[in-house]
Design a protein around this ligand. Sequence first.
Ligand SMILES: Nc1ncnc2c1ncn2[C@@H]1O[C@H](COP(=O)(O)OP(=O)(O)OP(=O)(O)O)[C@@H](O)[C@H]1O
Ligand SMILES: [Mg+2]
Length: 331
Amino acid sequence: MKIKKNAEQRAAIECDIRKNVLVEAGPGTGKTFVIIKRAKWLAAQENINARDIRLVTFTNPATKELESRMEKQCRGGMKVSTFNSWCSKLLNKFSVRYSKFRLLSHDKPENKKKFSEQNKFLLNVVKSSGLNTVKDIKKFSSMISYQKNRCLTVKDATKEKYPDIDLSDITVKNIVTNYKVFKARAKKLDYDDQLCLVLEEMHRDKMFLRKISLEQKFLLVDEVQDLSTVQWKIIHKLSENGVKIFCVGDPAQSILTFRGADPIFLKSFNKSFERTKVFPLIKNYRSNCGIIHLCNWMKSLSSSEFTKNKGRKALGTEKPVLIEFNVLKET
Ligand SMILES: Nc1ncnc2c1ncn2[C@@H]1O[C@H](COP(=O)(O)OP(=O)(O)OP(=O)(O)O)[C@@H](O)[C@H]1O
Ligand SMILES: [Mg+2]
């Protein structure tokens, strides 16, 4: 069945191609629907090649969802990927320094007590730095990830988020420096390097910046509330170099703050980017009237500035129903 766009959705989808667009709206209002339609609408414009369009999101399942919701015949040469795999491709294809570097696997082994390849690597670095071990290597690697995503110094990241890492500032800094050196020697990257090094190369190498700005002239980002500082800096630099940004998200749904996501950037979208247009969507297509009224009421009680935006319009008059289950399997 063909879904008919509502007026707000249509305005966002058909917005001037020279604008940088933010669609900021609550759950189930059709944000992903809009980003897919925008991609299709762009590809249908006479002067736009589908190969110049890239859609990014954060997880593999979210990428699969985007792909499956785009009818195959409409994809043309459009590219869909996670933010990380897109950055990895940019480094492989265009970076003189890092094209041969390979990713350290972050996959958790089935045995939960064992470490991922990345954490094993870090543990070896810790040992080579003169320490027997670090009590909680996973926490340590989360700190490094947070530090890189937030573009902080090691000292600030530890103070802000991991004050219970019981090592001196100098020891922590040494380990982090050695981790970097060891990775460089082994020609390895971790996930966060994929982002940080794209940003670094954008500043260091003008040719890299030029090539990656031409690689996708239109960048569409789903779940933009989960962008971290380094990711915002990447898309900002690209937009300064002519790439048009179209992003959709809901600041109240940010789930990656532990890893450095910072929805505060959404608030400054108009100031940070040029030629911007912000669209709200207010009709919720997923939940019934009762649930939306309940959520709007709960939001009105919240002190978070991200839940202070307008309530959502409910469709229909159904009330929520309580369904009871006897066993977990039935759910
Ligand atoms: N104009 C419309 N008319 C009817 N149904 C719609 C319309 N727009 C979106 N929908 C439907 O609403 C549902 C939610 O849409 P979508 O997943 O795009 O929302 P979302 O805002 O991205 O949600 P989330 O916040 O969970 O990411 C989907 O089933 C979609 O097909
Ligand atoms: Mg969505």
